[in-house]
Design a protein around this ligand. Structure first.
Ligand SMILES: *Cc1c(COP(=O)(O)O)cnc(C)c1O
Length: 358
């Protein structure tokens, strides 16, 4: 049976993915040199399409890594001398904090239980924190932090570098990159591609910081994919190491498709589908939205408490050709997670709701 994947990553492939993959095969992109003009054109195209889609200004570079988790390490090595600050409300935001500790940074933590979110007004950032790590969409709990709150915080703490994990929501959040210094995502979530490519957006303030840290004898910014090296190569649309050429090509093509639809339409459709799912859960006696505060409810990963065992719903959906995500960790038994990415249509979400109703 052919399934529709409502899983929060890897997820349903974007509908045009297979055709773009075929073109890549026809053009033998698996064999071209990453030092060729053909590759530089591919990088440039993906760069242009992402800039248009996510409104990324020329002050920021766009770099490729192996995954989003890799960016955690790069970011902490390149942008933190001593102290970082983390808003943590689930396993992904927690992991970034864990990386900071593993790299011997002094990591400050402001933590909330799973299912709760952050507003700007409640957040106090310690004086010496250099980098503020925010998560737009905490995938484990289905909690979002609104960009307006992120922007407010940056205005209050203008001297600090602000970085946003937008892994399970990009390109949905409307970040103001005149305030956000860095952001990152991987492609197996809302871009509807197979895993294996991370995207790191960083501005000149991040670069300057990395260059300063690079001059200290007592510190390392790392050898692999450090920001000065990525940036230098980026000037000619090249990469320090042999990159995932195929992934970079496909990302550019899917970003182009999304640009053709228009980001405003993509956002509106995302919100429309999220509204359908939350409304259904609120009106049902078998499901309830896990996140209480409406403003903190994720638009891209909908987490619902189930009345009976979650396994039953997941099995029933599977029989109808739909794969939904399980709850995270301890909540596996009583929760389901439904990815609401651009790859699934309003019709597919309606179909899922029909099955869940039964
Ligand atoms: C999936 C995810 C990550 C990790 O991405 P990888 O591609 O697995 O490295 C980080 N943050 C969030 C919010 C995620 O959903």
């Amino acid at each position: 049976m052919k399934y529709t994947y409502f899983t929060p990553g890897p997820a349903e492939l974007y509908p045009t993915f297979a055709a773009h993959l075929q073109t890549a095969m026809d053009e033998q992109l698996g064999s071209i040199s990453h030092r060729s003009a053909r590759f530089r054109d591919i990088y440039r195209h993906t760069d242009e399409q992402l800039r248009a889609l996510m409104n990324i200004p020329a002050t920021h570079g766009i770099f490729f890594t192996g995954s989003a988790s890799e960016v955690w390490e790069r970011l902490l090595l390149n942008c933190v001398e001593h102290e970082s600050f983390h808003l943590v409300n689930g396993s992904f935001s927690r992991k970034c904090y864990d990386y900071a500790q593993a790299l011997h940074k002094f990591a400050h933590l402001h933590e909330k239980p799973l299912g709760e979110g952050f507003d700007a007004a409640e957040v106090e950032i310690p004086e010496y924190a250099e980098l503020v790590c925010l998560t737009h969409n905490e995938t484990s709990a289905g909690v979002q932090m609104r960009p307006t709150d992120m922007h407010k915080l940056k205005r209050k703490y203008a001297q600090k570098l602000f970085c946003v994990d937008m892994v399970s929501s990009a390109p949905y959040p409307d970040l103001d990159f005149s305030l956000i210094d860095s952001a990152y995502f991987s492609v197996q979530k809302a871009f509807g591609m197979p895993a294996g490519l991370g995207v790191w957006i960083a501005n000149q303030a991040c670069l300057e910081k990395a260059e300063r840290l690079q001059r200290y004898d007592s510190l390392t910014i790392g050898a692999h994919h450090n920001l000065p090296t990525l940036w230098k190569n980026y000037q000619t649309f090249e990469t320090p190491a042999t990159p995932n050429v195929l992934g970079i090509y496909l990302l550019g093509k899917i970003a182009e498709d999304l640009n053709r639809i228009g980001i405003e339409t993509v956002r509106k459709e995302t919100e429309e589908k999220a509204r359908m799912l939350y409304r259904f859960a609120e009106g049902s006696d078998r499901y309830t939205p896990f996140v209480q505060q409406e403003r903190h409810r994720s638009q891209t990963v909908v987490v619902l408490n189930t009345d009976g065992p979650a396994k039953g719903v997941m099995e029933a959906a599977k029989q109808q050709g739909m794969i939904i995500g399980s709850g995270y960790g301890k909540l596996k038994e009583t929760q389901i997670r439904i990815a609401n990415f651009p790859a699934v249509s309003v019709e597919q979400v309606s179909e899922l709701i029909k099955v869940m109703q039964k």
